[in-house]
Every structure is written in C-alpha cells, then in structure tokens.
Design a protein around this ligand. Structure first.
Ligand SMILES: [Ca+2]
Length: 276
C-alpha cells in the first residue's frame, strides 16, 4: 500500500514538473554562469538562452543571480519551447528614476518577433531599493505552436536598469485547461430613459391681426333716375273761339215821340198807357 502511494506521489510530482517548460532563477543550480555584457548564449537546464545583456549576482528576487539590461536594444530570449502557456517573471528597477520600456515578444520557428505585452519602469513602484521593488508580471502566451521563443526586449530607455529573476513558463497543453468561461452576458446598461427634451414651448402663435375685411361699401346704387314723367304737353286749352260778339244791336234810336202835352187828367190812366 505504501509503495502504491509513493508511486502515485512520484507521478504527480513528475506531472507538475512537466507542466513548466521553463523554471529558472538564473542560479548556478539552474546551469547559469556570469556574463558581464555583450551577446552570448547560456546552455542551462531549460535549454539554450540567448542574450545581449548581463547576468550577474546581486539585486535579486531569489537566490544570488539575475539578468539585467541597461541599454536600449538589450534582450534576453528563452530556449525554443513547444506550446507555451502562461509566463510569469519578477522584475525591478535599479533606481527610483529608472525610465525604460521592455516588450515581451514571441516568435515561431525563428520568424519575426511579435509583441505580446509591454511593461515600463513606471509600472514598478520604488520601494526604497531594487530588491524591495521586485514585482511579479504575468503574460498569457497560450500558443499551441511548436518552436516558440519568448523574448524581453528593451525598446526604450533614458535612465536606470531592468532586472529580471525567477522566470516560469507553463506548458499550454499540460496545464489544466482553463474552462472557457461561460461568457457572462453583459448586464445590459439600462438604456437611460431618455429625458425628453423640455419642449420649447411652442409660442402661442399670435394670430395675425386680421386685416379687417373691409365692409364692402355697397356701391352707391346709381339711383335709378326717377323717370321724369314727361311733362305732359299740356293739351292746349282749346281756345274757344272768341265768339264774334254779336254786335249789340244798336237799338234804333227811338224817335223821340213828341212829348204830348200832358192833358191834365187824373194821372193813373196816363201811366198805364205808357207801359203798354
Ligand atoms: Ca535568482
């Protein structure tokens, strides 16, 4: 029974170890030695490393050794590995005023380097010393390709140094596959109830002062001319013919009868004769 347990523990240990493609602290125990500067290779326990940097003692995160860059264009890249997973490493700045950028790049089959991530001196708080300022960085490589190399490349620098220590690179296929997280549907941002724009009060249209429709002046009726009744031609009063005055017959002047010499008589008888 003890033997079975021992074998199981041994198998587990081997499988855990096999999960890391690279695991080094640049220590002598890892197969490392000093490199003052310049371009060099280091055949270590993980394989063959390449660099234009320095590998020395002091200012480490662990053990007694680390690798450092202090010029633009300096680099360090890993041995070629198959299907790299997650890369973790520790880095620090050599002084509070360090100012640089280091890219993490990869290439396949010795092709062109492609940038995966970048870090700068400002990403590392100064904690009073380079040793105290070490900070761990994690970069997901997760490439199922074979013959992959990973490089740290100082793309810019104006002050200070970049120190790196304790590098681990997992095996992408051997690592417990991270279950693809069920994508959490994004909480829909509640569409803000659109605040209806305060309606500009439509100005009460001032009704145009109606042009008073001019009271139609009834046309002064042309007074129908009172027909002037024709002045009747007065029928001429027939002038009665002036009667020819019948000439008043001139009574013949009576021949005066000679006045008889009154015979004295009674009087009355006389007048009677006269009237006849
Ligand atoms: Ca170390």
């Amino acid at each position: 029974m003890k033997r079975v347990v021992f074998v199981l523990v041994l198998m587990l240990a081997v499988s855990v170890q096999a999960a890391n493609l690279i695991n080094t602290g640049f220590e002598n125990a890892d197969g490392w030695a000093d490199h003052v500067s310049g371009v060099w290779t280091q055949v270590a326990n993980d394989g063959t490393w390449s660099a234009n940097a320095y590998a020395n003692t002091g200012a480490t995160h662990g053990g007694s050794r680390k690798v450092g860059f202090n010029q633009t264009g300096r680099y360090l890249f890993t041995p070629s590995v198959n299907k790299p997973g997650v890369l973790t490493f520790w880095a620090t700045i050599s002084s509070a005023t360090a100012n640089w950028t280091v890219n993490v790049e990869k290439r396949i089959n010795g092709g062109s380097w492609t940038n995966v991530s970048s870090l700068s001196a400002s990403d590392i708080p100064w904690n009073g010393s380079d040793v105290l300022s070490y900070k761990q960085f994690t970069v997901n490589i997760n490439d199922s390709s074979n013959n992959v190399e990973i490089q740290w490349y100082m793309s810019a620098r104006s002050a200070g140094s970049f120190y790196i220590d304790d590098v681990v690179l997992t095996d992408y296929t051997a690592s417990t596959p991270t279950p693809t997280p069920t994508p959490i549907p994004p909480t829909p941002t509640p569409t803000p109830t659109p605040i209806p724009p305060t309606p500009t009060p439509t100005p009460t249209p001032i009704p145009p002062t109606p042009t008073p429709t001019p009271t139609p002046i009834p046309p002064t009726p042309t007074p129908t001319p009172t027909p002037i009744p024709p002045t009747p031609t007065p029928t001429p009063t027939p002038i009665p013919p002036t009667p020819t005055p019948t000439p008043t017959p001139v009574p013949p002047t009576p021949t005066p009868t000679p006045t008889p010499t009154p015979t004295p008589s009674s009087g009355v008888r006389d007048w009677k004769i006269l009237l006849n």
